[in-house]
Design a protein around this ligand. Sequence first.
Ligand code: GRF
Length: 219
Amino acid sequence: MNLWELNTVNAAYFVSGSGSNFLNLETYFRNNLNRVVGKIVIANRSQIGAREKAEQLGIPFIVLKENDFSSQEKYETELLDCLTKNEIDLICLAGYLKKVPVNVIDKFQNRIVNIHPALLPAFGGHGMFGIHVHEAVINHGCKVTGATTHFVTANYDEGQIILQDVVRISESDTPESLQKKVLDIEHRIFPETIKLLTTKPWITDGRVFKSIEAIKETK
Ligand code: GRF
C-alpha cells in the first residue's frame, strides 16, 4: 500500500550524531502528524546525543554496527529483521553517516528519506557530510546554499529530490554560522517532506518526484 493510504505509518530513524533532526521530526509527528509513529531509533554508534533524546522520548534505541557482526550478511539480516519486527513503513535518515545496505534499499524503495545540508546535486557524495559541506560551499564562493530531502538509492545523495529550500550566504558567514542557518531549514523541510509523502499522492517519474496534486494543477 502507498504511504498516504496507510492508517498508521511506522517510522524508523537512522542516526549517527546529536539527533536534532530526529527530535524535531518526532516532536512534529506527536504534535501535528499523529499517523506517523516513531517506533525505533537505529544508530551505528552508541555514545551519541541521539541516544539520550530517544530515552527521553521513550523510543527504543539500538546500536547496529557492521564490525560487531562476523559478516556483512549477518549484519544486514539483523537490520532487516529489526525493521520487519517493528513493521516499519518508512525510514528517516536523520543525520546518518553510513551507507544503507542495498538489500534494505531494495526492500524500502522510495521509503527511505535522507536530509542533506546543501542544494543537491551540488556538494553531495562521498566525504560531503557535517561541517565539510559548509566549508566546501564557502570555499567555492557560493552565494546561496540550503538543504535537500531526497529518496535514498545505492549511491550517496543521488535519489529523487523531494524538497529543497535556500538561504543566502553573507561575506561574514563561517562554516559554523552556515551550518546553523542550514539546520534551521532542515528542521523545517524534513517534517514538511514526511507530511507530503504520507498525506498526499505522489509518483516518481525517472529522476523526478511529483506530487499528483501539482500535476493536476498544471493541466
Ligand atoms: C545534519 O546537518 C544533517 O543534514 C546531516 O547531519 C547533520 C546531523 O544533524 N545529514 P543531527 O544529528 O540531526 O543534529
